[in-house]
Design a protein around this ligand. Sequence first.
Ligand code: NAP
Length: 345
Amino acid sequence: MSNSRTSLTKFTTFGINAKAKDIIVATSPDSLAEFWRLAVDRHDPVLILGEGSNVLFLEDFSGTILLNRIKGITITEDGDSWRLHVGAGENWHELVKYSLEQGMSGLENLALIPGCAGSAPIQNIGAYGIEFQRVCDYVDVLNLRTNEVFRLTADECHFGYRESIFKHNYRDGYAIIAVGLRLDKLWQPVLNYGDLAQLPRETVTPKQVFDSVCHMRKTKLPDPHETGNAGSFFKNPVVTAAVAAQIKMIFPDAPMYPQASGDMKLAAGWLIDRCDLKGFQVGGAAVHQKQALVLINKDHATSADVAMLAQAVRNRVAEKFGVWLEPEVRFISATGEVNAVEVLS
Ligand code: NAP
């Protein structure tokens, strides 16, 4: 446990200069609950962060940031599967690497996603055809008001596209302290995205999939250690089949992915690119040259730069395609999370 007053810059992947009144590292559920109560008793707003890979601080935070650094991985197995119980503060990519080193497959498509294991269920992280919900067995949650721990099954997490119950019912006053993963021993590679489709299905290994995902990500996405960013800034919009058909008439090459609901998923990065916005800059913030869905902190960007850039991108896409993009990144005001769409409207 340590307690320091400091800048938030290195605790978010955007690397934007915002401050909090207090930043505290918690390494156990008890310390998390204790620091949370102390802050609440002082009437301070409190926000729990993992590695800050999906947040934009719009201004200085007037309260306490609790960094969830609860560690530990335990592995058990039965005939069909491996079970991993993972402390919320474990780094996600290190977990993916570790599981493969132990001969356990299933997480390889989710390599190199920044952030902690405990943050993964919140937005149901996903990449290259696999979402967290596919490997989730349970999520352990601490009720900070009562100090009680309870377990949610994957079904009870209400996972959706970048969605879960942790953005709603369990957003405030609760902390994820561990996740339980279940990895099938019978490996079924998921190879329908990008370069993965070129791998030989019969002979491919989990390590090859991992390497290919790492290669794709490294060549296309900015490394947050070098260039501040929070991954995809917007969600891929899901529109009705009728709206999709209208867009397809005018833009026949628009990528579209049918959903089980009958709706159609559009590629937000493609929409932004088609507005000729790659490289577009507002102050120190810019649209990434290689992947338009990522907004970067190019040169000492302020949060106002990023918000103005996001607003400009959103407006241009709506003008051209009639589709309003919604941020995937969560916006934090001085006192807590705010509705990102309202901020940009
Ligand atoms: P991409 O290959 O340029 O494709 C653009 C979008 O089209 C993706 O976002 C993906 O949607 C969708 N897509 C592509 N192939 C698909 C298929 N076979 N079936 C259904 N949908 C398909 O995407 P990218 O930017 O390089 O990203 C690759 C993967 O990494 C994607 O899954 C993406 O979500 C993930 N990623 C996530 C973040 C983040 O911060 N959340 C950042 C970078 C990459 P989906 O996004 O729904 O998969």
